[in-house]
Design a protein around this ligand. Structure first.
Ligand SMILES: [Zn+2]
Length: 163
């Protein structure tokens, strides 16, 4: 993806208030990220690890969602699959919950997705990071196709947040 500035990131969020977007913890190392290898920028707030953020580009503009992750549960020790990049982990997938944007979110509506806890889907898809629990599913898809699928899965989730 195209490198983003802190300002672009802060204005990208669709499901938090302007005040929250102004205060949220944006990574300090944006300039050093390998943006070419990213389909989205995902990070956790180091001060509040239950808060996670995802920013990607949809139709040429940055779109971000804030997420909450649940605490440890027994399911986390099981082998489970990220529903964005379809990587299988043992204990490395979290349920991420996003308040929906606008009125729906104010009324407490949210949508959830099971996703790599470290939000590094882009790197797993590219084989730049591995889960250490054996091979990925054997798939006949090309890297391009896997990347497209990851992008589509994330876009579908973001659309549910914004719908
Ligand atoms: Zn993933």
């Amino acid at each position: 993806m195209k490198p983003l500035t802190e300002q672009e990131i802060r204005t990208a969020f669709v499901n938090c208030t302007k005040g929250e977007a102004k205060r949220l913890a944006v990574p300090r190392d944006l300039a050093e990220r390998s943006w070419d290898d990213l389909d989205f920028l995902g990070w956790r707030d180091p001060q509040a690890p239950d808060r996670a953020y995802v920013v990607t580009e949809l139709d040429g503009r940055p779109v971000g969602v804030q997420l909450r992750t649940s605490g440890a549960g027994s399911w986390q020790q099981r082998r489970s699959m990220c529903s964005v990049c379809l990587t299988t982990h043992t204990g490395g997938v979290s349920l991420m919950v996003a308040p929906r944007s606008g009125k729906a979110g104010q009324q407490g509506n949210s949508v959830g997705v099971y996703m790599c806890s470290d939000l590094a889907c882009s790197l797993y898809v590219r084989g730049k990071k591995d889960t250490g629990v054996g091979a990925r599913l054997q798939e006949s898809l090309t890297l391009e196709e896997k990347i497209r699928r990851t992008v589509t899965n994330l876009a579908t989730f973001i659309a549910r947040v914004g719908a």
